[in-house]
Write a protein that binds this ligand. Structure first.
Ligand code: 13P
Length: 252
C-alpha cells in the first residue's frame, strides 16, 4: 500500500547554520517514527548542510524546485544532476508560489517533472485550485486538468517516484484549511484522474498529500481521511515541536 509522507516545505526560510541546528534538534524528536516518510524540502543553499546533518537519521532531504534543462545558458537555475550529486532525494515542483510569482505553467511544471524523474529524483508535484475556482464549483475540473497536464509523458513505472501534493491555493499561508471532507474529496478526485491515466493499481499506490495550513492542531483529522496520504507543510515545518507533532499524528 501507499506510504504516508510528511514533508516540510521551508520556502525562503533558514540559513545553512539554522538548518544544521534545526535538523540536529529534530532528529531525536522524530527518531523511530517510521510509519511515514519524513522529508524536509529546503532552499538550494541549505541542501548540502541538511544532507550532512540528516545522515544516519530517518529524515530525507529535498529541494524546492529544479530546472528542466540538463545544463546550459539558464542564469540562476539549478539542474537535476546538480541536486542529485549533493545528495538531494526529493524535489517540490509546481508549487503555487512558483506558478503565481514566477510564471510557472503546467507546461514548465511538466518539463521539470520529467527532468527530475530522469535524473532519479522523487517528485512532489503540487497542484490545486484558487479561491474563485472553488467558489465557482470547478475545483474538480481544475485538479483533474492539472494532474493530466503536469504528468504528460510520465510513465506508469515513473509514478513510483511521484507524490502528488493537493494544495488549495486559498489555504496556503492563510490559516484557512480545507475541511477534512474537502481534502479527502479532492485528493480522491486526483486519484481518479491517476486511475484514468495509469490504471487504478498505480493510482491506489500513489501518495496524495494535502497541503495548506496543516498544523499540529488539525493534522490528525486530515490524515485520518482515506485519500489523504500525508502532508506538505509550510509554516508549521519551521518549528521542530509543531513538525514533530504532525509526524506523530501520522504515526498514530
Ligand atoms: P502553509 O502550511 O504555510 O499554509 O504552506 C503550505 C504550503 O505551501 C506547503 O507547500
Amino acid at each position: 500500500m501507499r506510504r504516508t509522507v510528511i514533508a516540510g516545505n521551508w520556502k525562503m526560510n533558514m540559513t545553512p547554520s539554522q538548518t544544521k541546528a534545526f535538523i540536529t534538534e529534530l532528529a531525536p524528536m522524530v527518531a523511530g517514527m517510521d510509519k511515514c516518510d519524513i522529508v524536509l524540502c529546503v532552499p538550494y543553499v541549505d541542501i548540502a548542510t541538511a544532507v550532512e546533518a540528516a545522515k544516519g537519521t530517518n529524515i530525507k532531504i529535498g529541494a524546492e524546485n529544479v530546472h528542466f534543462a540538463e545544463s546550459g545558458a539558464y542564469t540562476g537555475e539549478i539542474s537535476a544532476a546538480m541536486l542529485k550529486e549533493i545528495g538531494t532525494e526529493y524535489v517540490v515542483i509546481g508549487h503555487s508560489e512558483r506558478r503565481q510569482y514566477f510564471g510557472e505553467t503546467d507546461t514548465t511544471v511538466n518539463l521539470r517533472t520529467k527532468a527530475a524523474l530522469a535524473a532519479g529524483l522523487k517528485v512532489i508535484l503540487c497542484l490545486g485550485e484558487v479561491k474563485d475556482e472553488r467558489l465557482n464549483g470547478i475545483t474538480n475540473e481544475i485538479v483533474r486538468m492539472q494532474t493530466k497536464l503536469d504528468l504528460l509523458g510520465v510513465s506508469a513505472e515513473e509514478m513510483k517516484n511521484v507524490i502528488i501534493a493537493y494544495e488549495p491555493v486559498w489555504a496556503i499561508g492563510t490559516g484557512l484549511t480545507a475541511t477534512p471532507e474537502q481534502a479527502d474529496e479532492t485528493c480522491g478526485v486526483i486519484r481518479g484522474a491517476l486511475c484514468e491515466l495509469y490504471g487504478c493499481e498505480v493510482a491506489e499506490a500513489t501518495t496524495v498529500q494535502y497541503g495548506g495550513s496543516m498544523n499540529d492542531a488539525n493534522a490528525a483529522e486530515l490524515l485520518a481521511k482515506v485519500n489523504v496520504d500525508g502532508g506538505l507543510i509550510g509554516g508549521a515545518s519551521l518549528k521542530t515541536d509543531k513538525f514533530t507533532a504532525i509526524v506523530k499524528a501520522a504515526n498514530a
